[in-house]
Design a protein around this ligand. Structure first.
Ligand code: AHG
Ligand code: MN
Ligand code: MN
Length: 342
């Protein structure tokens, strides 16, 4: 009788993988590895809360608004607190920034400051919590560039190409952590029976051209004509390419993750209501753009590479076209003014 083994071929925990990656850099101090360990812990703690939503009183609104003027869900606030408390005392960060906080978050007195800055969206897609659609956490790490030990606003306002690590957690049918440090994109699935993230998707590569189009076309009336023409192309209505399947759940992390693995493009254009788009550059677009590029994809604001945008504000928004390389290049057939190099 053949015994079915359900253990993966080689069990590699995220901690072991991080150490092996660190060994690629003999000069590494281990501080970035420490940030990644702490993020994996925070992810498990948030996953625990997300899995309990509906059973304990953490669904619904918090009757508060964040700096974006958006109603905060209880889980937004819980995830934000978990991230801050898990990350603020490790001695590797000089400050943090969160979608849920108006200003940068200093490291509390008494804790050592380190050389990295962490930006994060503690809970992405929070409008989906109460209806059990996947939500996520997104994070981005850059090196401190200012003198002195405490982080300053200037440390956060760096172009996305300066990121040293970026990733996301998706709380879906399973909990997965996907990250890059510039050495490819790797996915880890949480085994809740042992509380470990195990390597399940090494070296993720995204298909050159995708089958999925993720867009909220209820804004169609607010788009400019070139964007409408671009959508007709993706839908096969101008006869140039096959129609793409529209898949949109309204959680950026869930839409991005499906397209990363299956190929596709996520599109959130500027529109008359949100002239700079909706998604935030520092802790949504930049980290996922780093992942997309490391997996062989691309990310643009319609005119330039997301990772080349020089930020001027902590919570600034950007139009976003991100995913399979060929599908992002199509954007530049419609949006990049002639003579402007994309
Ligand atoms: P957040 O919950 O962190 O505010 O992010 C929500 C974002 C993103 O997850 C999603 O792609 C987008 O909002 C959906 O926006 P629309 O509802 O306008 O389509
Ligand atoms: Mn978000
Ligand atoms: Mn959020």
């Amino acid at each position: 009788m053949n015994v079915v083994h359900n253990t993966p071929v080689s069990v590699v925990t995220i901690e072991r993988f991080i150490i092996e990656q660190e060994r690629l850099y003999p000069e590494a101090s281990g501080e970035l590895s420490g940030v990644l360990y702490d993020l994996a812990l925070a992810a498990k703690m948030i996953a625990n809360k997300v899995r309990m939503a509906g059973l304990v009183d953490i669904l619904g609104g918090n009757e508060t608004e964040n700096v974006q003027g958006e109603a905060q869900q209880k889980l937004d606030v819980i995830a934000n607190d978990i991230m801050i408390k898990a990350m603020d005392h490790g001695g590797r960060l000089c400050a943090m920034a969160s979608e849920e906080e108006p200003d940068i978050i200093p490291i509390p007195d008494g804790f050592r400051c380190g050389k990295y800055c962490l930006m994060f969206d503690p809970l992405d897609g929070s409008s989906n919590i109460d209806v059990n659609v996947p939500v996520g956490t997104i994070f981005s790490v850059v090196r401190k560039v200012t003198r002195g030990s405490a982080g300053e606003m200037e440390d956060f306002l760096q172009p996305g190409r300066r990121q040293v690590a970026a990733g996301y957690v998706i709380y879906g049918s399973s909990t997965m952590l996907v990250y890059t440090t510039g050495q490819g994109v790797h996915g880890f699935t949480l085994d809740p029976s042992i509380g470990e993230f195990l390597l399940s998707h090494p070296n993720i590569r995204t298909p050159e051209r995708g089958k999925f189009l993720s867009v909220n076309d209820s804004y169609e009336q607010h788009w400019e004509e070139p964007v409408r023409a671009l959508m007709r192309r993706y839908r096969g209505m101008d006869g140039v390419q096959k129609a793409m399947n529209v898949r949109y759940v309204g959680s950026l992390v869930a839409d991005f993750h499906r397209n990363l693995l299956g190929g596709g493009i996520f599109v959130y254009p500027a529109n008359a209501k949100s002239p700079r788009g909706k998604l935030r550059l520092l802790y949504e677009a930049n980290p996922l753009a780093f992942i997309a590029e490391q997996a062989g994809g691309a990310a643009s604001d319609g005119y330039q590479r997301i990772l080349d945008i020089n930020p001027s504000e902590l919570h600034q928004r950007t139009p976003l076209y991100m995913g399979s390389k060929a599908d992002v290049e199509t954007v530049h057939e419609f949006l990049t003014p002639a003579g402007v190099t994309a």
